[in-house]
Design a protein around this ligand. Structure first.
Ligand code: ZN
Length: 293
């Protein structure tokens, strides 16, 4: 089971969250048959959503959506609380088969597959209006883009390190760390954390060598007075149901549904987020048309 751990450092002036998300990203890759570069892009976005999901409570929900002019088109990830110290998350890409050669540094060309565009972050609360912020993509590498969103839209200077390691057999490791600087964080602390992040081995290399969320936190915080808070379990989840799929189909209208029922013995509706498919017989579809009066 993947785990996410929250912590603070530097006398509570830095809020940290780190996690290993290998199983989560592996499930997203398998459900959507993602190509390697697409799996890195979706995996980083999904990891960011899961890490930020540790601060959600009740029925709150967080959605991260990257829309760019690269071959992946768009990628969406969201997360929510599934109970006491448990996080559910899911993600998909518009074109999950998007793939590019490795970049000049020998890494997945996530920036190339995403292209130029924007990151939209939406938070849905238990009550009241959802909050939504949009920033232009800083690099398209996802980690930089989430950091730019936190700095510009939420005014929280942040350090974000996300990683997905994949080989032809699938996902070998995935995880990340986010450090958010709270009011009162001094410049020296910020500089020290930035030095630690620059000096540390890539997140996925640390995970392959056996590091868990706590190890990642220690690598980032160094000797800055790390205090561990909570451990969360995180798993791929989707809240689609047959009833929701039926409601979506009813949006086609009575006449269109009646036509589908006449022409197709079966109708297959697939959930974008998890790839689950729901099969409806022509009688089922006719029933939906009748419910529309
Ligand atoms: Zn679903």
């Amino acid at each position: 089971m993947d785990r996410i751990v929250t912590a603070s450092a530097a006398r509570g002036t830095v809020s940290l969250v780190a996690g290993v998300t290998t199983e989560l990203v592996r499930e997203a890759r398998e459900r959507h048959d993602l190509a390697p570069t697409a799996s890195a892009a979706v995996g980083r976005l999904l990891t960011a959503a899961a890490l930020l999901g540790a601060s959600l409570t009740g029925r709150e929900r967080l959605t991260l959506q990257v829309v760019g002019d690269g071959p992946i088109g768009a990628a969406t990830a969201d997360s929510w609380s599934t109970g006491e110290r448990a996080i559910g998350a899911r993600a998909y890409a518009r074109n999950g088969r998007a793939d590019l050669p490795l970049n000049a540094r020998g890494k997945f060309d996530v920036a190339g597959v995403v292209g130029n565009g924007k990151l939209q972050v939406t938070k849905t609360y238990e009550v009241g209006q959802p909050y939504s912020g949009i920033v232009p993509l800083a690099s398209g590498e996802i980690g930089d883009d989430v950091a730019a969103y936190l700095a510009n839209s939420e005014q929280i200077p942040s350090i974000v390190a996300l990683g997905v390691l994949a080989d032809p057999d699938g996902i070998r490791a995935a995880g990340g760390v986010i450090a958010q600087l709270l009011p009162g964080a001094d410049e020296a602390v910020i500089a020290a954390l930035e030095r630690n992040v620059e000096a540390m081995r890539p997140v996925t290399a640390q995970i392959v060598e056996g590091a868990g969320a706590e190890g990642l936190l220690r690598a980032v915080a160094g000797d800055a007075d790390l205090k561990l808070f909570d451990t969360f379990e995180v798993a791929f989840d989707c809240r689609c149901t047959r009833a929701k799929v039926e409601t979506a189909l009813m949006g086609l209208g009575k006449d269109e549904l009646a036509k589908i029922a006449r022409e197709q013995p079966h109708t297959e509706a697939t959930c974008d987020f998890c790839g689950e498919s729901y099969i409806l017989s022509s009688d089922d579809v006719r029933g939906l048309a009748e419910r529309l009066g």
